[in-house]
Design a protein around this ligand. Structure first.
Ligand SMILES: [Zn+2]
Length: 170
């Protein structure tokens, strides 16, 4: 399961071959969500298959992972389980958007090639909450922000894992 998913495929050809895509996208390979998750996140595991429904190329299967993100309340790390039931109709023409088969989400790509890693990350982006909080934080939080000195927002940096990342490289 170490086959790279940074591959470009021709969806039409894949559909005619009923090609199966198995593999993993590691943290290091991520482009869209790397800033939002911690390096200790699991790889994104993928089992997808190209087929056809009517004249549409469809992609079905599963994208799963266990991502580690920072809790917005206590700034400790927390896990998010990702388990996506994929049912996409791949189209390269916006005009077909309203015609995709029932139960399928349209996925628009350009030209006649599709970068698998990009599609996979785009699907994960859709389920990744923009703000993550523990149900119950493991550490005691300040009771109120009544004090004028308590302004946690200013502490949140753009890339909260920058520090972790540099530690990891040593
Ligand atoms: Zn928390």
């Amino acid at each position: 399961m170490s086959k790279s998913l940074q591959i470009e495929v021709n969806p039409l050809l894949c559909a005619s071959q009923e090609r199966v895509i198995l593999g993993e996208l590691s943290y290091a390979e991520l482009k869209q969500i790397q800033q939002d998750i911690a390096p200790s996140s699991s790889a994104i595991t993928v089992e997808l298959m190209f087929t056809k429904v009517r004249k549409f190329v469809v992609l079905t299967g599963r994208i799963s992972s266990n991502l580690v993100v920072q809790c917005a309340a206590c700034l400790e790390l927390t896990d998010i389980e990702v388990d996506i039931d994929v049912k996409l109709a791949l189209i390269n023409n916006e005009g077909l958007m309203s015609l995709v088969p029932d139960g399928y989400e349209p996925y628009l790509f350009e030209g006649d090639k599709l970068l698998m890693s990009e599609l996979i990350e785009s699907e994960v982006v859709l389920v990744l909450p923009s703000i993550v909080r523990h149900d119950v934080c493991p550490i005691e939080l300040p009771k109120s922000s009544a004090s004028k000195d308590f302004m946690p927002e200013t502490e949140v940096k753009k890339n909260p894992f920058g520090a972790l990342e540099s530690l990891k490289k040593h």
